[in-house]
Design a protein around this ligand. Structure first.
Ligand code: B12
Ligand code: SF4
Length: 581
């Protein structure tokens, strides 16, 4: 094999991954150029063995380790360490956003031979075919882009090879297809912004892929229950036209779509998705919650152009009227010039909208955190914020803690470092405390909206989840609520609504291998709660009856069958029997 890609695990103890899907397109692109390439996902718990076995089997000329998300920095170096120790002469490449931000530092660790900076559409095939480093770092320093080096085929045009031939664990591959790249906005916390996107990643003007290429990739992902998209062109007209054409070109078989739209979607975007898919989830970003604060930041060109509260309400009204669209929204807290009053008004705003609109499924505060390479990471102070995590050493120490202790990077519990790396000057805990308060209040609100009823009749309990969009997180929370937990039951009957999803918005349930990827996906705390609940119930109940809506049977059966590996085999067999009954 020419190139063996590794996706780094996120913790030492567990098989915890978010797959960087770019690896599948990079491997497909190398294959299109006549090279051999594949992707592996070694587990943190058996890293040495998994990495060594893959290399011994494939005997690659190069190993390429993804170092894209900053929270995978330490994990990526752990993989490099194993390769270096076991195969000292095998050249190690790194690439991705974080590698592109810290290329010299990575080379200085002695664990990485070549860091390819930014988009590697042209530089990776050049390296593999001619051994030439273009726009990359080695121990000899920086190698500028080789004049005239062009990709044999732009990544935009590359079609995904059959997934099962690309990667060792196709069950971990979600239905995500990339739609385009490049951004013309200035958000100070984002490395894809128009300045660092160009300077660090080499991005040009924003561009969408061709519809035919996206549709072909979707076809290669057939079998996933949900298509996931995560990009919009700054010109919403372009996005509207693209989605309309894509809707017509997509293969049959996908009933559900999740769209991370990082601005406010237009009615036309909502209509197109709602007409094409039976279920639509849209995540949109209001950036900042209090309208006056949002206007000020947008006016200073620190974030995207301003949207009014009235515009947000109007989009929600439109989504509500469609009937099959739910909305998750996010916004950031801990921004410059933010006051406690802004935060209180933000919380009240979310509570109002959640009560007012049934389609609002979840609305979250994301604490501002530092991404290396962004304007926020340049100086120790940024418009009244103290920026504590900025250097390679800072990020390495932080991600090491997460890797070793299995702590989520934004979770303050059990951390010695600040969870976000940035906070209002003089108020190191203000946002941490606010997040705890907000989680409590919004958690109660979500429970209220869930419309979960628990009926106890003698020794039997029936739990009816009537929320038509109940995703796995809601279901998990409902089932592990005290009312349900404390019910002494003999037979547990779960009656799920017609559109109940047994997978969360971030997680794709894949049926290809019959495994439940939700229980293994790194982002999925909720699956674990559901798993714990089911384990407990299965131990306590004589029977568990699941009554899924038509068409959902396979998913439920697989979910239960794929439940806790830790559960004794006899219990698992019993559960499978009940499900089959
Ligand atoms: C889709 C997406 C996601 C999806 C991932 C889908 C998937 N499974 O791959 C989801 C929703 C899961 C996600 C999650 C997160 N994301 Co995200 N995501 C994106 C997004 C919008 C597109 C990425 C993409 O697929 N592009 C298309 C592919 C083809 O291009 P690419 O990834 O840029 O890859 C090119 C190069 O970077 C390079 N390359 C990439 N990987 C590798 C590996 C090797 C070995 C080599 C040689 C080269 C190379 O080659 C490619 C083309 O030449 C980007 C923003 C953007 N517009 O790019 C943010 C972005 C990548 N995400 C970001 C962040 C911060 C996150 C989260 C941490 C957010 C959070 N708070 O939880 C999580 C992290 C997940 C985790 N590991 O814990 C940041 C990363 C910055 C950083 N340095 O860490 C970005 C840049 C957005 C931002 N705000 O700046 N994300
Ligand atoms: S966060 Fe801002 S700069 Fe980054 S991709 Fe989104 S709109 Fe562009």
């Amino acid at each position: 094999m020419d190139v063996l890609f590794f996706n780094p695990p996120r913790t030492r103890q567990a098989d915890d991954h978010v797959l960087n899907m770019a690896l599948l397109w990079l491997a497909s692109s190398l294959r299109a150029g006549g090279h051999e390439a594949g992707v592996r996902m070694p587990s943190g718990a058996s890293l040495d063995e998994d990495v060594a076995t893959a290399i011994e089997r494939e005997r690659p000329r190069y190993v390429a380790i993804a170092c894209k998300w900053w929270n995978t920095l330490y994990g990526a170096l752990q993989v490099a360490g194993v390769v270096r120790r076991r195969f000292p002469r095998l050249p190690i490449i790194m690439g991705g956003h974080t590698a592109s931000t810290f290329p010299a530092e990575l080379i200085a660790t002695g664990l990485v031979d070549i860091v390819l900076v930014g988009d590697v559409d042209a530089s990776l095939p050049l390296l593999v075919s001619q051994g030439t480093v273009s726009n990359g770092f080695t121990a000899a320093g920086y190698h500028p882009p080789v004049a005239g080096a062009v990709a044999p085929m732009a990544l935009d045009e590359v079609r995904l090879d059959p997934v099962a031939t690309l990667i060792d664990r196709p069950d971990q591959v979600p239905g995500y297809v990339w739609l385009g790249r490049g951004c013309s906005y200035p958000c100070f916390y984002c490395i894809e912004n128009r300045e660092s996107g160009r300077r660090i990643l080499g991005r040009g003007a924003p561009r969408m892929r061709r519809v035919a290429a996206v549709a072909a990739d979707a076809a290669a992902l057939a079998g996933r229950s949900q298509l996931i998209f995560d990009y919009e062109h700054p010109s919403l007209r372009r996005t509207e036209a693209f989605l309309r054409d894509l809707g017509a070109a997509l293969p049959a078989g996908f009933e559900s779509c999740y769209y991370f739209h990082w601005g406010l979607p237009t009615p036309a975007i909502i209509d197109t998705l709602s007409e094409r898919f039976a279920q639509v989830g849209i995540c949109f970003d209001v950036q900042v919650f209090a309208e006056d604060h949002r206007r000020r930041l947008a006016g200073q060109r620190l974030i995207k152009p301003h949207v009014t509260d009235a515009a947000i309400r109007s989009v929600l009204r439109h989504a509500e009227a469609r009937g099959n669209v739910h909305v998750d929204a996010t916004g950031i807290v801990g921004m410059p010039w933010e006051t406690a009053d802004h935060r209180a008004r933000g919380l009240a705003f979310i509570e109002d909208l959640s009560r007012e609109f049934g389609c609002v499924r979840d609305w979250r505060f994301s604490p501002l955190h530092v991404i290396p390479g962004t304007p926020l990471a340049q100086e120790p102070a940024f418009h009244g914020l103290a920026v504590e995590r900025r250097t390679f050493a800072d990020f390495l120490a932080f991600t090491q803690e997460g890797y070793d202790r299995e702590a989520r990077y934004y979770d303050p519990a059990g951390r010695t470092h600040h969870p976000y790396g940035v906070y209002p000057q003089g108020e190191r805990h203000a946002i941490v405390d606010f997040m705890a308060e907000a989680d409590g209040r919004l958690g109660a609100l979500r429970a209220d909206k869930r419309r979960t009823t628990v009926v106890r009749d003698g020794p039997d309990a029936a739990i009816t989840v009537t929320d038509p969009f109940a995703p796995l997180p809601s279901l998990a929370a409902a089932l592990s609520s005290p009312a349900v937990r404390e019910a002494p039951v003999d037979t547990l009957t779960l009656t799920l609504g017609p559109r109940t999803w047994f997978h969360g918005s971030w997680i794709d349930y894949t049926s290809e291998s019959g495994e439940n990827s939700a229980t293994r996906c790194g982002l999925d705390r909720d699956a674990r709660r559901l798993e714990a609940f089911m384990t407990e119930r299965l131990a306590a109940c004589r029977r568990v009856r699941l009554t899924p809506a038509p068409g959902r049977w396979g998913i439920i059966a697989d979910t239960v069958a794929g439940l806790p590996a830790a559960r004794p085999a006899a219990k698992r067999a019993a559960a499978e029997e009940v499900v089959r009954a």
